[in-house]
Design a protein around this ligand. Structure first.
Ligand SMILES: C[C@H](O)[C@H](O)[C@H]1CNC2=NC(N)=NC(=O)C2=N1
Length: 97
């Protein structure tokens, strides 16, 4: 099981994840797309990455706005796996904007 990052370590990692906020209980990013289908297409691409990493974000879909929350459920907090997933989500968001 991956180690939960300390509050300071999460703050340090968030320094490199400008769009994300959070603490050792979870990190999240909200992003609005041009339409509901565009948002769902992003969810589909994130699903592929999540399967590849075997690590899955919590995703809230509200019309064309998505909120991604990354936390390692089995560890009970944020781990390096969540930081890696957040970076991959950012890559996907960048690629569609
Ligand atoms: C068996 C498999 O590795 C686990 O169920 C994985 C799948 N994806 C996961 N994703 C997240 N975010 N937390 C987990 O604990 C987790 N567990």
């Amino acid at each position: 099981m991956a180690d939960v990052l300390t509050a300071q370590a999460v703050r340090d990692e968030l320094g490199g994840l400008a769009e994300w906020s959070g603490d050792p209980t979870g990190i999240s990013r909200t992003v609005e797309f041009g339409s509901f289908p565009a948002a769902v297409a992003v969810v589909d691409r994130v699903a592929e990455v999540a399967e590849e990493l075997d690590h899955h974000p919590d995703i809230d879909i509200r019309w064309r706005t998505l909120t991604f929350r990354c936390v390692t459920h089995s560890s009970g907090g944020v781990t390096h796996r969540d930081v890696a997933l957040a970076r991959r989500i950012d890559e996907i968001v960048r690629s569609v904007r």
